[in-house]
Design a protein around this ligand. Structure first.
Ligand code: 5GP
Ligand code: ZN
Length: 115
């Protein structure tokens, strides 16, 4: 079930363009439109959930299998020294898009996120 007002549901349903990196029955990985570093990728369940508290065990597993798959692909292709994985729940935590998503952010010394 999708939320008609949700941009990530629209991306999952191909109603809105995105640079798609990986897709299976339950999940989708696509490039972040405003990457924190090159290769910044988002992984979502195709089902609309707002946050981690709502996901079913099956979708928790499916999302994190995709997170691992994409992390391996980023490591093999972009060869970052590290990969930061982040997931925000609630506006107070910085969540802007209210469809559960996991950030994968390649990290290197001296990159844009370094102090
Ligand atoms: P949040 O703060 O909710 O965890 O992060 C939302 C992320 O979604 C941000 O990094 C933002 O750049 C990304 N984003 C917002 N709108 C779009 C969009 O329309 N397409 C894509 N590919 N990414 C988006
Ligand atoms: Zn949604």
């Amino acid at each position: 079930m999708s939320d008609e007002t949700c941009i990530f549901c629209d991306i999952a349903a191909n109603k809105m363009p995105a640079f798609r990196i990986y897709e299976d029955d339950r999940t989708l990985a696509f490039a972040d439109i405003n990457p924190a570093t090159p290769g910044h990728t988002l992984v979502i369940p195709k089902q609309h959930y707002v946050n981690i508290m709502e996901l079913t065990p099956g979708d928790v597993a499916a999302v994190h299998q995709t997170v691992q798959r994409v992390a391996r692909a980023i490591k093999a292709t972009l060869k970052p020294e590290g990969i930061m994985i982040a997931q925000l729940n609630g506006a107070a935590a910085g969540q802007v898009i209210m469809h559960y998503h996991v950030h994968l952010i390649p990290r290197n010394p001296g990159d844009a996120l370094s102090a």
